[in-house]
Design a protein around this ligand. Structure first.
Ligand SMILES: Cc1cc2nc3c(=O)[nH]c(=O)nc-3n(C[C@H](O)[C@H](O)[C@H](O)COP(=O)(O)O)c2cc1C
Length: 179
């Protein structure tokens, strides 16, 4: 696990190799076992592998979704607001679990943010995707996780790039924390 956490990078370029059904099953199993507040499990996942739908997902917002066009697989993470007041947290955890499970399976992935993003001036990215995939009204799209085999490995961040200033011991403004 630490190896995965220390080395994981977002993958935006994928090889042509398809993700097989067993790997998809393992990814979803991990996501469905994610922790959630009060165990409400407010998520539903949509597995998308049709090229035309992937192409449409890639234009769900003007920036940052284009990687989905050439991804072999996307998992749309949706949440049911009526099941949890913290569905965003729960679905975010499920999204990162999907990404970590993908790494464990030798796959790469990238989170595409949908919540609070816009397709255009008149339509949210959530509305656009909900229309495209006929998502029922009680669900809202939090993210789309693009998944596939990595076209190339990206280097892990180095120790020098880790910002330890973001860690405080006990209280702010104590002698312990003098930089
Ligand atoms: C909440 C969240 C939203 C993100 N949204 C996008 C996105 O819309 N498009 C994208 O290409 N990457 C997105 N990312 C990936 C980040 O850009 C990436 O994690 C960050 O730059 C650090 O790079 P790394 O994952 O390679 O360590 C998102 C990540 C998070 C956690």
């Amino acid at each position: 696990m630490l190896d995965i956490l220390y080395n994981r990078r977002s993958t935006r370029k994928f090889s042509d190799k398809k993700v097989d059904e067993e790997a998809i099953h393992q990814l979803l199993k991990a996501a469905l076992l994610s922790p959630s507040s009060k165990n409400s499990q407010p998520w539903e996942f949509i597995v998308v592998d049709e090229p035309e739908l992937l192409s449409q997902l890639s234009v769900s917002k003007p920036h940052g979704a284009c990687l989905l066009k050439h991804a072999p697989l996307a998992i749309v993470v949706t949440g049911d607001k009526t099941k949890s007041d913290v569905w965003i947290e729960d679905c975010s955890i499920a999204s990162i679990i999907l990404q970590l499970a993908a790494e464990a399976l030798g796959l790469g992935s990238c989170w595409v943010q949908i919540h609070r993003r816009y397709y255009n001036d008149d339509q949210t990215a959530n509305e656009f995707i909900s229309e495209l995939l006929h998502i029922p009204d009680h669900l809202e799209v939090l993210s789309v996780v693009g998944v596939g085999y990595k076209a190339a490995d990206r280097p892990a961040l180095t120790d020098k790039e880790i910002d330890w200033q973001k860690v405080v011991r006990n209280c702010y403004d104590t002698a312990n924390n003098e930089k």
